[in-house]
Design a binder for this molecule. Structure first.
Ligand code: GLN
Length: 531
């Protein structure tokens, strides 16, 4: 089968859940036996979200091959269990960078370099590349932002051209918001109609309308949307608020989204999507037998999207154990020696979050001291592990000024430091360790018991590392490195005397999916349950 391209645009408002709709459609197509990948095109000028404050777009998600991407890619992987890559995340910045680099190296000699055709050609290449590198049956391309945004214009123009070039092998799904006017007591379809008008002005006619709504669409709502947006009535798909994002594939199936897509492509719809495992997951998710409360200590607590992959990993792990995990969000800036007991009261486990920079660091260290001394299950991720190392050095090894050189360049005890080779790398993002790396686990460690194998591969996003000059002193004091990479860098730290105390330099949360809950999260939730 020739690769089919599905474009997903959004109208009326942002945050309607284009990512979840794209991921749900992918799930449905996978459940019919097709191969599918999802790509996100983001109209902002940053090369990637790696340098963005989480307040802007939430968490930065990292792929196997080290792309720093939008958090929607996390949803794609969690729903599909198919890894994404550099090619699945493209920003305006990256497009312009490629075009400008090509211009500088003489690639367009004699030509005036313009938005059309050069920028749009580059966008089209990035979309088509996914169908070429691996022969996917379907490539779903989600366009970030809302139609009408100035910065989104080249992307919509690229879609217009591609639809013409690909003919029957491309279609467009437009997701629009249908607001409910309480005073009038009715749903209003006009904003959605207007957003389709905007798309039409740019030359794109949607084939399918997905209508995000808080109330059920009436038959006359559907007729109106069909009439004014030029789509068949069967292609007006209702997308109601769901109890969980993981319910959306089922809701989309009930509305026939996958069937309409297949019909538009002229593909046989006789076989059905096999969602047995997905339904079983939902059944467990909605009927937990146990409940546990875990503290998540971070500095973006008012912004839960900053730790999206962690909270989703808890859902996957908890569900596999028939357990509802309540996450209590704790602001590390508000934790101190005096209130730590009260702040962590009633928690069955504590996770200390990843992060960058000094803000809130001392609160994390105080929280770790408390859980270490009180034998409460602890799980530290990246900066969380580094804080555990600092806390241990200060309070057990009595190196009072121990720190990471990220926070204190002049400490006499830099237990977390930069590698020599990193010091000479130029550029702000140049010396980051990004993407998957192998890690070797020591026999007789908690990590090995959890993973049940000696060699694992996990994703990184960090700049600083455990300083191996301190290896022996830590081991002698009872904090043991149990996972090392090929170069001998410490990836995992444990306190074996403790019930469950593990810190990892990598980010296991990125690899947790509905199909494969991450073993570290499962083990941590289990430890919390029996605490
Ligand atoms: N700031 C730390 C480092 O760069 C930890 C990074 C993280 O938590 N991902 O190493």
């Amino acid at each position: 089968m020739k690769t089919k391209y599905i474009f997903v645009t959004g109208g009326v408002a942002s945050s309607l859940g284009k990512g979840i709709i794209s991921a749900s459609l992918a799930r449905l197509l996978l459940a019919r036996g097709y191969s599918v990948t999802i790509q996100k095109l983001d109209p902002y000028i940053n090369i990637n979200p790696g340098t963005l404050n989480p307040y802007e777009h939430g968490e930065c998600y990292v792929t196997e091959d080290g792309a720093e991407t939008d958090l929607d890619l996390g949803h794609y992987e969690r729903f599909t269990n198919v890894p994404t890559s550099q090619a699945n995340s493209v920003t305006t910045g990256r497009i312009y960078l490629s075009v400008i680099e090509k211009e500088r190296s003489g690639g367009y000699l004699g030509e005036t370099v313009q938005v059309i055709p050069h920028i749009t050609d580059e966008i089209k290449n990035r979309i088509l590349l996914l169908g070429k590198t691996k022969q996917y049956d379907f490539v779903i391309t989600e366009i970030g932002g809302t139609v009408g945004d100035i910065e989104g214009l080249p992307f919509i123009e690229a879609i217009r051209q591609l639809r013409l070039e690909l003919g029957k092998n491309a279609l467009c799904i437009h997701l629009a918001y249908i607001p409910y006017l309480a005073a009038a007591g009715e749903l209003k379809t006009k904003p959605a109609q207007h957003s389709v008008k905007l798309l039409l002005e740019q030359g794109v006619q949607p084939d399918i309308m997905v209508c995000r709504t808080e109330h059920k669409l009436s038959d006359s709502n559907r007729s109106k949307i069909a009439l004014f947006c030029n789509v068949e009535k069967s292609c007006v798909i209702e997308s109601m608020d769901a109890k969980s994002i993981y319910e959306v594939p089922l809701l989309m199936k009930e509305e026939g989204l996958d069937i309409q897509v297949l019909k538009k492509f002229g593909i046989n719809t006789k076989t059905d999507a096999d969602l047995k495992d997905w339904t079983a997951f939902l059944k467990k998710l909605f009927n937990p037998k146990h409940e546990v409360t875990i503290g998540l200590v971070g500095k973006y607590v008012e912004l839960k999207d900053a730790y999206k992959s962690i909270s989703e990993a808890f859902i996957h792990a908890g569900t596999s154990l028939n357990c509802k995990v309540n996450v209590k969000w704790l602001d590390s800036e508000k934790i101190n020696d005096k209130n730590v007991k009260q702040q962590l009261q009633g928690l069955s486990g504590v996770l200390v979050a990843p992060g960058f920079g000094k803000r809130g660091i001392e609160g994390k260290i105080v929280a770790i001291k408390y859980v270490r001394e009180n034998d409460i299950p602890f799980f530290g991720i990246s900066l969380g592990m580094q804080c555990a190392v600092i806390e241990f050095a200060r309070n057990v090894m009595k190196l009072r000024d121990a720190h990471s050189i990220e926070m204190d360049e002049n400490t006499n005890n830099p237990v977390i430091a930069l590698l020599e080779e990193q010091k000479t790398t130029s550029g702000f993002v140049g010396n980051m360790r990004l993407g998957a790396e192998d890690c070797f686990l020591k026999d007789d460690s908690l990590a090995k018991r959890i993973y049940k194998k000696s060699k694992i591969s996990e994703r990184h996003r960090d700049r600083y590392e455990f300083n191996n000059a301190f290896l022996d002193v830590f081991e002698n004091a009872g904090m043991i490195p149990t996972g090392l990479n090929l170069k001998g860098l410490v990836e995992i730290m444990e306190i074996p005397k403790h019930k469950f105390f593990i810190g990892v330099q990598f980010h296991p949360e990125y690899k947790s999916t509905v199909e494969n809950p991450h073993p570290l999260f499962v083990a941590f939730v289990k430890a919390a349950m029996s605490n």
